[in-house]
Design a protein around this ligand. Sequence first.
Ligand code: PLP
Length: 401
Amino acid sequence: DSVFAAIAQAPEDPILGVTVAYNKDSSPIKLNLGVGAYRTEEGKPLVLNVVRKAEQLLVNDLSRVKEYLPIIGLAEFNKLTAKLILGDDSPAIQESRVATAQCLSGTGSLRVGAEFLAKHYHQRTIYIPQPTWGNHLKVFTMAGLSVKTYRYYEPTTRGLHFQGLLEDLGAAPAGSIVLLHACAHNPTGVDPTVEQWEQIRQLIRSKGLLPFFDSAYQGFASGSLDADAQSVRMFVADGGECFIAQSYAKNMGLYGERVGALSIVCKAADVASRVESQLKLVIRPMYSNPPIHGASIAATILKNSDMYNEWKIELKAMADRIISMRKQLFDALRARGTPGDWSHIIKQIGMFTFTGLNSDQVAFMTKKYHIYMTSDGRISMAGLSSKTAPHLADAIHAAVT
Ligand code: PLP
């Protein structure tokens, strides 16, 4: 008998499992709104033109080799990625106060940051929003942090539970880590306003909490790279410390290339340099060093002003298509006279709409309409098109009436 005979069957991942179920469905009208990956109007994955161009340049450059990268990754990429999130003129960069490590996309950056904190930080409690991306709890728990939640979303208004957020963070023990979505909060699509961010910043700084930003959607929320980085930049402008996990999965469409970075903004250059030396000790036994291809693509685009501008145009086109799908879905529900207030569909930000549909309604839509989404009622607007929006509106209408 196998020594593993007693191993229990694990459940599918709540997000990636949606695609597993979708793939098993043979209906021609099936629609996958589960996973957060961009699709074109034709429902196809998109490789950006500028990414193809960068890859061509890389392939044609015969001086490029496949040697190992350093433990913290491609130096050029690390410089450019810190500049992208913190801004061209960031004093923190000029003063060499930022330690950056290229990591395995957003998830890997979060994990390396969490492992570092578990080893080197005195306060091992991290507060994550309620709700949040399902993987946060697992990433931080596996790294050895203790996870608590703060109120974030108010179902009755389908907006921010700002009072609850301030109360919960206000009651957190000094030094606690706070996970913040830099923009386009997943799954709710609800972000604080600039004024609210400023109040959150003041509270976090006055209580001595440590902000850890998850930036998975820079440029994808508003179409502007700078606007979507504003929350992070407010926290860096005050001279305080923070962690930032960046992902290029969505904004460059580099999902499978696993391109991302962890930046730790410190108060002084000598601290940043010691932090970097310890980051290497965290990374070396995990995966030794990161892959070279994706980071080279990103660096090629970020350092060339023509390609950078081309990227910004393609990024804006993706963001605009998502925003226009919100409008189309909202209009389609209005045209059907679907009961309820659906204005949150056009108010929410980023890739997802948090519909407010419950798990029974989601199950109904999957069974009767072959529409797949996570059971919390989150739909990926990027998976929708002008052709499929009416079908989704029919399903939502039927589910709530
Ligand atoms: N953080 C949030 C909030 C996300 O939505 C995602 C992806 O869905 C990630 C992090 C990490 O994604 P990746 O590891 O593919 O960069």
